[in-house]
Ligand binder design. Structure first.
Ligand code: CTP
Ligand code: CA
Length: 225
């Protein structure tokens, strides 16, 4: 693994990043979770720290090493990620939500392992998790807010819809479910959208994509933020 390019472009900026999946426990041995390696978020955290930012990374369960200079807070569920983000939020200049947050959790976590009954299925009672990104974007004062959108089709239309609906400053969209992109891949390509423009980040290794995304963000931060 190559070290991210060093620099000082982000010196004095505080960046809060969510990454990885969340796991929503059904019982002591089972969970519902999203597919996510965490690699894109960790690459953004590593690149921001290498450029001088003060980075806090709120991470779901992943098997990645903490990038140098990054403060990492480990969480498991969406509710725990939400609480950790709100706790770390004061004083942040930029919030980047790369986490694949589980949209639903079981209404109740069973204290004992759920046993199967001969021949019958199982219906799960699920409730919606808090939308961490929309919650941060709704706060005042708020950091510059960047969302991610992993879509299987109509990538830009769904992404622009999320940009507007969640009141984001920027959204980075990628197509998932194809071979050389997204999940479990070392490479990625992004369509980055903001309210009065957008840019393509071409297919590259995730460290390069992360650096390019950070350049796009930095160019749009209010002066002195
Ligand atoms: N996100 C979040 N909290 C949630 C769900 C999503 O912070 N409970 C963030 C993700 O980290 C990502 C963005 O919202 O930055 C978009 O996530 P996505 O799952 O694409 O959006 P949803 O609003 O959950 O819509 P969908 O029904 O397509 O899953
Ligand atoms: Ca979702």
């Amino acid at each position: 693994v190559l070290a991210p390019m060093q620099g000082t472009a982000w010196a004095g900026r505080r960046v809060l990043i969510t990454a990885g999946p969340t796991y929503e426990d059904l019982d002591p041995v089972r969970y519902l979770g999203n597919r996510s390696s965490g690699r894109m978020g960790y690459a953004v955290a590593a690149a921001a720290a290498a450029q001088g930012a003060e980075v806090t990374l709120v991470s779901g369960p992943v098997t990645l090493a903490t990038p140098p200079g990054v403060r990492r807070i480990d969480v498991r569920s969406a509710e725990a990620m939400h609480a950790a983000v709100l706790d770390a939020l004061p004083g942040q200049h930029v919030f980047i939500a790369t986490a694949a947050v589980a949209d639903f959790r079981p209404r109740e976590r069973q204290a004992s392992k759920i046993k199967k009954q001969a021949g019958s299925g199982l219906a799960l009672d699920l409730v919606q998790n808090p939308d961490i990104l929309a919650d941060v974007a709704a706060r005042q004062p708020r950091p510059f807010v960047v969302g991610f959108a992993a879509e299987t089709d109509d990538v830009e239309r769904y992404a622009r819809d999320k940009l507007v609906r969640k009141k984001l400053d920027m959204i980075a969209a990628n197509r998932v479910g194809t071979d050389d992109c997204g999940f479990d891949s070392d490479r990625n390509a992004l369509a980055v959208l903001w309210h009065d423009g957008g840019a393509q980040v071409d297919m590259a290794d995730k460290a390069t994509v992360a650096r390019r995304l950070l350049e796009l963000i930095l160019a749009r931060l209010p002066d002195g933020a």
